[in-house]
Design a protein around this ligand. Structure first.
Ligand code: NDP
Ligand code: 2IT
Length: 443
């Protein structure tokens, strides 16, 4: 359709070198074409041009002093993409691969994901090319304090509320929060994923992984299937992967493989999650240590985790980690469902292959929305100045994931793509934001 194509061509020409942003925008815009056609008001109001241009992108220098006394400099980013339905909300990523294109793709995806949660949160994302691996706690603190010394000018509990993502967990959020409080004097819910002693929410740590499995459970049920007795392969071994593994196991699945960026483990007995948590959450070490806990397990640095035969595959590491050839192997090995815990982990041709083969496919912006949804519940608790029990938060999370599944299934069906959850999630997420933008005039 020409409006969608024109916007995409312009976006690609005007944002050179931002391949992952082009990829995310192309997927969303092409799949919402039926809605755009049915509602000419969107084109007249320039909704797609406005949605694909962030409200603002803040780029800054982050100087800090390493343990040798040498000054290091990293790049800092915060992209405030869209606040039509609530304050900007989205994580901070610390990884050497971070650049403006990566943060823009993540911020763009976040708009629709946050809309799907049904909660009042807009889309944003930030981060740095700082690599926390191998850094001392003091170096991480020095970096976080410097990062917040610039970022505090642009964030606030009702303005923009960052959280964790790759490389940002409770330790980093604590250092960032401390510095924000020290500079502004405010004790407010400016970040989520906080520690439980200073305003964090129970179940936030578990939320993304648990939410992914709750959504997959709904999707599997449409085919009379469940996790019971299924072999599950999960990429990554960070926050999302660990808690997806925990809930998949609780639902009767057997998680046989996990990975990090160095290698992957295969444990036919089902992975020992206590060991993985000890290695990753406590010691911050590599997955190769797993053999010390389970000598019968395999550890590989060659090949890929997607070669391990499974019924359910949950990519939970990073963008574009699952290519067409991996999809073909998974299909050949009989995979029945794929759920994206990471943001945009599957390449477009891999998604197409899964859908063509009739594999149930849950796209990231629906499947991993449980994390940000529970962040929004943390914001609610902070505003109320009280805290809910684990069970209460978990129940709300469960209800939100069921709601997301129902919304995306209904939207796909309404527009003639029943069972295509990529189209369903994009349309359901888009309509709410677009209608809020229409109502608020040209801003
Ligand atoms: P963590 O930093 O806790 O873990 C990331 C995991 O993925 C690690 O095992 C890491 O391995 C691996 N990984 C990261 N980058 C790469 C890479 N370039 N190549 C290979 N492996 C890699 O991050 P999270 O678990 O929080 O995030 C994982 C994914 O989930 C990301 O896509 C994130 O955007 C998404 N997400 C996270 C949410 C959250 O609440 N945390 C919410 C929604 C989505 P290694 O340790 O070797 O680097
Ligand atoms: O990608 C994501 O949704 C996240 N990293 C979580 C964001 C949040 O604000 O909790």
């Amino acid at each position: 359709m020409s409006y969608v194509n024109d916007v995409l061509q312009n976006l690609i020409a005007k944002n050179p070198g931002e391949a992952v942003f082009h990829q995310a925008a192309t997927e969303v815009l092409e799949s919402i074409a039926p809605v755009i056609e049915a509602n000419p008001a969107y084109e007249k109001a320039g909704i797609l041009e406005r949605l694909t241009e962030p409200d603002r992108a803040i780029l800054f220098r982050v100087p800090w002093v390493d343990d040798q006394g040498k000054v290091q400099v990293n790049k800092g980013y915060r992209v405030q993409f869209n606040n039509a339905i609530g304050p900007y909300k989205g994580g901070l990523r610390l990884h050497p691969s971070v650049n403006l294109g990566v943060i823009k793709f993540l911020g763009f995806e976040q708009i629709f994901k946050n809309s799907l949660t049904g909660l009042p949160i807009g889309g944003g994302k930030g981060g740095s090319d700082f690599d926390p691996k191998g850094k001392s706690d003091r170096e991480v603190m020095a970096f976080c304090q410097s990062f917040m010394t610039e970022l505090y000018k642009y964030v606030g509990a009702d303005i923009d509320v960052p959280a964790g993502d790759i490389g940002v967990g409770a330790r980093e959020i604590g250092f960032l929060y401390g510095q924000y409080k020290r500079i502004t004097g405010l004790y407010e819910g400016v970040l989520t994923g906080k520690g439980l002693t200073y305003g964090g929410s129970l179940a936030r740590k578990e939320a993304t992984g648990y939410g992914l499995v709750y959504l997959m459970k709904e999707m599997l049920a449409t085919k009379g299937e469940s996790f019971e007795g299924k072999r599950v392969v999960i990429s990554g071994s960070g926050n999302v992967a660990i808690y997806a593994a925990e809930k998949a196991t609780a639902f009767g699945g057997k998680v046989v493989a996990l990975c990090d960026s160095t290698g992957w483990i295969y444990d036919e007995a089902g992975v020992d999650l206590a060991a993985v948590k000890q290695i990753k959450e406590v010691e911050r070490k590599r997955l190769r240590e797993y053999k010390n806990y389970r000598p019968n397990a395999e550890y590989h640095e060659d090949g890929v985790i997607w070669d391990v035969p499974c019924d359910i595959a949950l990519p939970c590491a990073t963008q574009n980690e699952l290519h067409l050839e991996h999809a073909e192997t998974l299909i050949k090995n009989g995979v029945i469902a794929v759920g994206e815990g990471a943001n945009m982990p599957s390449t477009p041709d891999a998604i197409h292959a899964f859908q063509k083969a009739g594999v149930l496919f849950a796209p990231a912006k629906a499947a991993n929305a449980g994390g940000v949804a529970t962040s929004a519940l943390e914001m609610s608790q902070n505003s109320l100045r009280l805290s809910w029990t684990f069970e209460e938060v978990d129940q709300r999370l469960h209800g939100i994931m069921v709601g997301i599944f129902n919304q995306m299934a209904a939207a796909a069906e309404k527009y003639g793509h029943a069972g295509d959850y990529v189209v369903g999630a994009n349309i359901a997420g888009f309509v709410k934001v677009a209608d809020a933008m229409l109502a608020q005039g040209v801003v």
